[in-house]
Design a protein around this ligand. Structure first.
Ligand SMILES: *Cc1c(COP(=O)(O)O)cnc(C)c1O
Length: 381
């Protein structure tokens, strides 16, 4: 079997365990170890594939192939570039595609660093317009934009927009579309199949899933914009370390197992919270009566591991987090160990004081649900 042959026809689990593996070589490992090299032997004319460590690395190549096979199985000409973090990947798309005088449309309810990005873009003479994710509100401000940035489901509010609909409107007027696919992962949603030009994500979250590395990536369908993204990575040098890249590739093998368990746990937690009178504003796109569910079910294959809800007061939320024993009070999401936090402690997100973002891990569902219900009871006093 050669790599790539299986890609289009197989299921997610099969694809995840084999993604990006090189063709078998006798006496070589299945997944070659990390290549630590600042430079490579390069006599004569300096031609690729491997010249200098900021430009290329064989460990990235394997990982980039793997992510590409998951983001766009069976699609030819798709290219993936990995980065030091999700923000490095996001910045690479924005700052490589936009020039002074261009307009970009961002969500106003997206990842908490986007307002800082907005300030930077504005300082460079780029016009930034924002609108909420829900109700496809970004459609109303699309006129003449160079790039539309979508984050669906949005973090932390878990609103969902109709990617196909937004892409159709954007492409009709020549606007590029990028989708932040962090929360869904490529096993939850495949933006390129929905028509987007770029799928961009933080690999720090569920993609790698152990809460121990930072990583980002950009997958794109067209050579010219991707060449600009690659050039940006070279200029800025926001490259992943070979060890991180290798760990990420190793972690991809369990992505389907982790995603299925964590998504099932998120649904179990959401269902348990639904019956509680102190819980308000419960959101999980996988709940059949969630406002996001209808669109989510048309474009997502898994609904993610994040559940959001509010408790009546800041004090109640803090006591709840304190009382949990199987859930770490920590930021970020997507790891095999459940985490939760009171999002308002950071400022920046438009959320209530008692708003909790809960990330379901891979614990046994009955243990996790019991811990959550017990902590809710204890936090009442
Ligand atoms: C975490 C996150 C990012 C940023 O990723 P880093 O790896 O922390 O740089 C971007 N978008 C979303 C939706 C995220 O959750």
């Amino acid at each position: 079997m050669t790599s790539g042959d299986f890609v289009a026809e197989t299921g997610d689990g099969t694809r995840a365990v084999r993604a990006g593996l090189p063709d078998p070589v006798k006496h070589e490992p299945t997944l070659p170890g990390p290549v630590f090299a600042a430079h490579f032997h390069l006599p004569g004319e300096p031609t690729g594939p491997y010249t200098y460590g900021r430009d290329e690395n064989p460990t990235w190549t394997h990982l980039e192939r793997a992510i590409g096979e998951l983001e766009a199985p069976g699609q030819d000409g798709v290219e993936t570039l990995t980065f030091a973090s999700g923000m490095a990947a996001i910045s690479a798309v924005l700052f490589s595609q936009l020039r002074a005088g261009d307009t970009v449309v961002l969500p106003d309810d997206g990842y908490q660093v986007l307002p800082l990005v907005r300030e930077q873009l504005t300082a460079y003479g780029i016009e930034v317009r924002t609108a909420p994710t829900g109700g496809d509100a970004q459609l109303d401000i699309l006129d003449g934009a160079k790039l539309l940035w979508i984050e669906t489901p949005s973090n932390p509010g878990l609103d969902v927009c109709d990617v196909r609909r937004l892409v159709a409107a954007a492409h009709a007027q020549g606007t590029l579309v990028a989708v932040d696919n962090t929360l869904a992962t490529p096993l939850g949603q495949r933006p390129l199949e929905l028509g987007a030009d770029f799928a961009v994500a933080s690999g720090t979250k569920m993609l790698t899933g152990h809460g121990d590395i930072l990583l980002g990536y950009v997958t794109g369908r067209d050579a010219a914009p991707m060449a600009a993204v690659r050039r940006w990575r070279k200029i800025v040098g926001a490259i992943p370390g070979p060890m991180e890249a290798w760990l990420a590739h190793r972690s991809l093998a369990t992505l389907q197992l982790r995603a299925d368990r964590q998504n099932a746990n998120a649904l179990a937690v959401a269902e348990a919270l639904r019956g509680r009178s102190e819980v308000s504003g419960l959101r999980y796109p996988g709940l059949p009566d969630d406002p996001s569910h209808k669109i989510a079910s048309q474009q997502m294959r898994r609904y993610g591991c994040v559940v959001s809800f509010s408790l009546p007061t800041r004090g109640r939320a803090e006591r709840f987090l304190d009382a949990l024993t199987l859930v770490d009070d920590a930021t970020s999401f997507g790891g095999v160990r459940s985490t939760a936090e009171r999002r308002g402690r950071w400022g920046g997100d438009a959320v209530a004081e008692g708003f909790i973002r809960f990330s379901a891990g891979a614990e046994d569902p009955e243990d996790l649900v019991a811990d959550v219900l017990r902590a809710l009871d204890e936090s009442a006093h």
